[in-house]
Design a protein around this ligand. Structure first.
Ligand code: 1PR
Length: 754
C-alpha cells in the first residue's frame, strides 16, 4: 500500500530517496506537486496538484527514515533560478531540519538575466550548495553537454555544467537527471538506438500499441516537453565521461502510475555505464522498491507519489499480543491496510497500542503518518516490508473515501462451512442470534487471565432452511465489540475448529458488524421471518460446553456442598466458584417486582482486567431519583435519565430438583429478544391495569417454561447471617424439542451399551 513512510536503509548502498517535485502554484506559492506522466495539473479544475509545503514534507520524510531527500524545481528551466529566492529559502530551512543528504535540481545551467548579466551553471550550483545542498541534479543541460561531447569526438571542453561543478565539488556532488520516454519499434534493426526487448514479460514493460516487441528510450528536455536525439545509453556514457557521479533515471511513461519501475530501462543503463543508478518513477508499493533494487540492480530507489499518499483502509486487526524480550515486557498488534496501490501490513508497538487499538476499526479509512517502513520479519509478516508505528505515530480517521477499495469477501454458507476440514479459513456472512457475556478465567497452561465469549451465528442455508455455528472470540475481541441479536456480521478468514465433532469459527482476521450494509437487509429479513415462525435455536456447542458434563440440578447442589465459604482460605481441592451446565426449564417471570433496574449510564474508567484496552465502560450501578428529578448512583454520578438493564431472579427446575438463579442483562435480552428499556414500557403498562397485561404475557412467553441449556456459576454468599449458594446464569440457550429428544436418545443408547 502507499505509505507516509519510507524504507529503512538495509545497507548504505541500497538507499531510498524521497523526491519532492516543487513548483509555484497558480497563486505563486511554492508547493510540492506530483504529476501523472509529468502532467501536474488536476484533471478537473486544471490547478496544480498540491501535496503540501516543501520544508514540512521534507522534514517528515526525513523523520520517517528517508536516506536522502531530493528537491526538483520542475519549472526552473524557464526561470532565472538565482532570482528564485523562495527555492533557496526552502533549501536553507530544510538544511537546518533534515539531516540526510539533500539534492536539488532544476535550472542548473548558464543563463543571462534581464539586465544582461551572465551567470554560469557553477554560479547557480554555488548558490545551491551555499544554501545547504549536498548534491545538485542537472537535467536539460546534461543533454546539451552530451551533444557537445559527441560533436567534439567524445571529448569535453571543460565548460559544461557537469565538468565545472564536478571539478570544483567532486563527482559525488553531480547527479544527472534523465527524463526518458519509450519509443516502440518492431525490431532492433529498425533503429540505430540502443533497444530493450523482447517486451511483454511478467512484471516487465508491455508491448507497444501495435504489438511492437522492442523499445528505445529517448531523452527529453524541459520536463518532457521536447525530445532529444539521444537515447539513455548515449547520454549515460557521455555524462559519465564528463564527470557525473550518479544518474537519476526517471521514466515519463511510469511517472505517477504506481505500477512499478521500468526494469528494462534500469538494467540497460546499469550495464551501459559504471555510474550508480537511482531508479525513479512508478513506485506504488514496497515490492516495487525491492524489484528496482534486486531485479533492476539499481543502487537506490527514488519515489514521490507513494510518500505523499497516506490514506488507507484498515482491512484486518489482530488481538493485542504481549511479549517479553531482553528489553522487558512489550505489546503489539497488527493490521492489514489497503489503498489504491495494494495491501500492506502494519505493526503497532508499545504506547501506540494503547493509543490506537480501540480507535482503529476494520473497514474504516484513516491517514497514517509518522510510521516507518521496515524490512518484514519473515517469521511474523507476509510480504517484504511492513509499516511500523510507535508512540509518535499520527493517525486520524477520515471520511469514507470510495476510491480506496473495500475489503473483498468470498462468503461461504454455514451449511458448507460445517463440512469443511478444521483449520480452513473462510469468509462468512451471518446474523447474530445469541450473545454470551464475556467470561474471564485463568488458563491452566499459561496461568494467564483470558476472556472468552461465544456468539451464535445463523444463516438461511442448508436443507432445513437455516444453519447455525458458534463464533468464539478471545480477549480484546471478546470485550471490544458490542454484539446485538439480529445484527449482521461479516467475518474475513475465520478459522474452523472442531471439538466433539462440532465445528466452530474463531480468530477471524477481520470482523465487521454490517447491519446498515445493503447486503445485510435481505439476511436480516430472513432472520426475522425465521424468528416469527416460532422455531427455536440452540447454540450447537452448548450441549457439550466448556465445563464438560451436563449435570442435573441435584448433582450441581451436591457438588456445591464442597464450595469454599466466603472469605475462607481454600485448601484440599476446595474452590470458590463452580461452573455447571444443566438442562432445566425456566419457570414464570416474576410479576410482583420488575425484572430490570434503572442503571447509571455514565462512562467511567475501566479497571477490569478483561478490558485492559477498553479504557472506558458504562457504570451500570443502580440509580435512584432525587427530588430535583436527577438520577444518582452509589458512585456519585448524576444523570438526567437512567438506562435500564435486566436483573431477574427466577426458579429453574429439572426432573431432580429446582433452584433459584440470577439472570443478567445480556442473557435475558438474548432470551426475550428485546432491550430492557422496551420491556420496562410493557411491564409498566401491564401494571397500570387495563389491556396492558396481555402484551406482557406474550413477551414473557418467549422464555417462560422453555427448556434451556444453562451455563451456571455458583459461589457461596452470606444472606441474612446464613450461608447460601448463589447461582448466576452465564448463558441460556433454548433447546429445540427435536434436538433435545435426539440428545436423550443418544444418552439412553450410550447407557444401554455401557
Ligand atoms: O531540466 O535541469 O531544469 O531539471 C528539471 C528537473 O525537473 C529534472 O530533474 C526533471 O526530471 C524534473 N521535472 C521536470 N518536469 C517535471 C514534471 O513532473 N513535470 N519532474 C519533472 C520530474 C520525475 C521524478 C518523480 C518520479 C517519481 N519528476 O522526479 O518524482 O517520477 O515519481 P513517482 O512517485 O510517480 O514514481 P532541469
Amino acid at each position: 500500500m502507499a505509505a507516509a513512510a519510507s524504507v529503512q536503509p538495509a545497507s548504505p548502498a541500497r538507499r531510498i530517496i524521497a523526491c519532492l517535485d516543487v513548483r509555484a502554484n497558480d497563486t505563486g506559492d511554492l508547493v510540492v506537486t506530483k504529476g501523472d506522466q509529468y502532467d501536474v495539473r488536476e484533471k478537473g479544475d486544471g490547478g496544480v496538484r498540491n501535496h503540501g509545503k516543501p520544508v514540512a514534507l521534507a522534514e517528515r520524510y526525513y523523520q520517517d527514515g528517508a536516506d536522502e531527500v531530493s528537491f526538483l524545481n520542475i519549472t526552473a528551466f524557464r526561470d532565472m533560478v538565482l532570482a528564485d529566492q523562495p527555492m533557496l529559502e526552502v533549501l536553507r530551512s530544510s538544511a537546518q531540519r533534515v539531516f540526510v543528504p539533500l539534492t536539488v535540481g532544476g535550472g542548473i545551467r548558464s543563463y543571462v538575466d534581464g539586465n544582461g548579466q551572465s551567470y554560469s551553471a557553477l554560479d547557480v550550483a554555488d548558490a545551491y550548495f551555499r544554501a545547504g545542498a549536498d548534491k545538485i541534479s542537472i537535467g536539460s543541460d546534461a543533454v546539451d553537454a552530451t551533444r557537445a561531447f559527441y560533436a567534439s569526438g567524445r571529448k569535453g571542453d571543460g565548460t559544461s555544467s557537469i565538468e565545472l561543478i564536478s571539478t570544483k565539488y567532486g563527482r559525488q556532488a553531480v547527479v544527472v537527471s534523465l527524463d526518458p520516454r519509450r519509443v516502440y519499434v518492431a525490431d532492433r534493426g529498425s533503429t540505430e538506438h540502443h533497444c530493450v526487448g523482447p517486451l511483454g514479460s511478467e512484471k516487465g514493460t508491455p508491448k507497444g500499441p501495435n504489438g511492437e516487441a522492442f523499445a528505445w528510450y529517448c531523452c527529453t528536455v524541459k520536463g518532457g516537453r521536447e525530445d532529444s536525439e539521444f537515447d539513455v545509453v548515449q547520454l549515460a556514457q557521455a555524462v559519465e565521461a564528463l564527470g557525473a557521479g550518479e544518474l537519476l533515471l526517471n521514466c515519463i511513461n511510469r511517472d505517477g502510475q504506481g505500477n512499478g519501475y521500468e526494469l528494462e530501462l534500469i538494467q540497460q543503463v546499469k550495464s551501459a555505464c559504471t555510474l550508480p543508478v537511482i531508479a525513479s518513477s512508478g513506485a506504488g508499493c514496497p515490492e516495487h522498491f525491492e524489484d528496482a533494487l534486486a531485479v533492476g540492480e539499481a543502487d537506490a530507489a527514488l519515489a514521490a507519489g507513494i510518500f505523499h499518499r497516506e490514506e488507507a483502509r484498515v482491512l484486518t486487526k489482530s488481538d493485542v499480543r504481549k511479549f517479553n524480550n531482553s528489553r522487558g515486557e512489550g505489546q503489539l498488534f497488527k493490521v492489514d491496510l489497503k489503498d489504491q496501490s495494494g495491501e500492506m501490513s502494519a505493526t503497532f508497538f508499545g504506547r501506540a497500542v494503547d493509543k490506537y487499538y480501540n480507535m482503529l476499526k476494520c473497514g474504516q479509512v484513516y491517514t497514517f503518518q509518522k510510521g516507518q517502513v521496515k524490512a518484514a520479519n519473515k517469521r511474523y509478516d507476509s510480504g517484504d516490508f511492513v509499516l511500523s508505528f510507535e508512540e509518535h505515530a499520527d493517525i486520524k480517521a477520515v471520511e469514507e473515501d470510495t476510491n480506496i477499495p473495500r475489503i473483498s469477501y468470498d462468503f461461504k454458507p454455514l451449511c458448507d462451512v460445517a463440512n469443511m476440514p478444521p483449520e480452513t479459513s473462510v469468509d462468512v456472512k451471518a446474523v447474530v442470534y445469541s450473545v454470551q457475556a464475556p467470561f474471564t478465567f485463568v488458563a491452566k497452561t499459561s496461568n494467564k487471565e483470558m476472556t472468552k465469549r461465544e456468539i451464535g451465528l445463523w444463516d438461511p442455508s442448508g436443507s432445513s432452511g437455516h444453519s447455525t455455528m458458534e463464533l468464539v472470540l478471545w480477549n480484546e475481541r471478546a470485550v471490544g465489540t458490542d454484539f446485538e441479536i439480529g445484527a449482521v456480521v461479516f467475518l474475513k478468514k475465520a478459522r474452523i475448529s472442531e471439538f466433539n465433532q462440532m465445528k466452530s469459527l474463531g480468530s477471524p482476521a477481520q470482523l465487521e458488524l454490517h447491519s446498515d450494509h445493503e447486503d445485510s437487509f435481505l439476511l436480516m429479513r430472513k432472520f426475522k421471518d425465521f424468528q416469527d415462525s416460532g422455531q427455536q435455536l440452540a447454540s450447537p456447542s452448548k450441549f457439550s460446553n466448556s465445563s464438560g458434563q451436563r449435570k442435573t440440578i441435584e448433582e450441581c447442589k451436591q457438588e456445591d456442598l464442597k464450595l469454599a465459604s466466603p472469605g475462607a482460605m481454600m485448601g484440599g481441592g476446595e474452590k470458590g466458584v463452580h461452573k455447571h451446565t444443566v438442562v432445566a426449564t425456566l419457570t414464570s417471570m416474576p410479576t410482583d417486582r420488575a425484572p430490570y433496574y434503572s442503571s447509571c449510564p455514565q462512562q467511567v474508567e475501566s479497571n477490569a482486567p478483561a478490558s485492559r484496552h477498553a479504557t472506558m465502560r458504562i457504570c451500570n450501578k443502580k440509580v435512584s431519583q432525587r427530588e430535583n428529578g436527577e438520577w444518582t448512583c452509589m458512585g456519585g454520578h448524576v444523570s438526567s435519565y437512567p438506562e435500564f438493564r435486566y436483573l431477574c431472579r427466577l426458579n429453574v427446575l429439572d426432573h431432580t430438583d429446582q433452584m433459584e438463579v440470577n439472570l443478567y442483562d445480556d442473557v435475558v435480552k438474548n432470551l426475550l429478544g428485546r432491550e430492557a428499556r422496551d420491556y420496562m414500557a410493557i411491564f409498566e403498562a401491564a401494571h397500570n391495569g387495563g389491556e396492558g397485561a396481555q402484551p406482557l404475557k406474550e413477551v414473557n412467553q418467549k422464555m417462560e417454561w422453555k427448556k434451556c441449556s444453562l451455563v451456571l456459576r455458583s459461589s457461596k454468599e452470606i444472606w441474612q447471617e446464613n450461608e447460601r449458594v448463589r447461582y448466576s446464569v452465564d448463558s441460556a440457550q433454548p433447546i429445540p424439542l427435536e434436538q433435545d429428544a435426539r440428545q436423550m436418545l443418544g444418552d439412553i443408547m450410550a447407557s444401554l451399551e455401557a
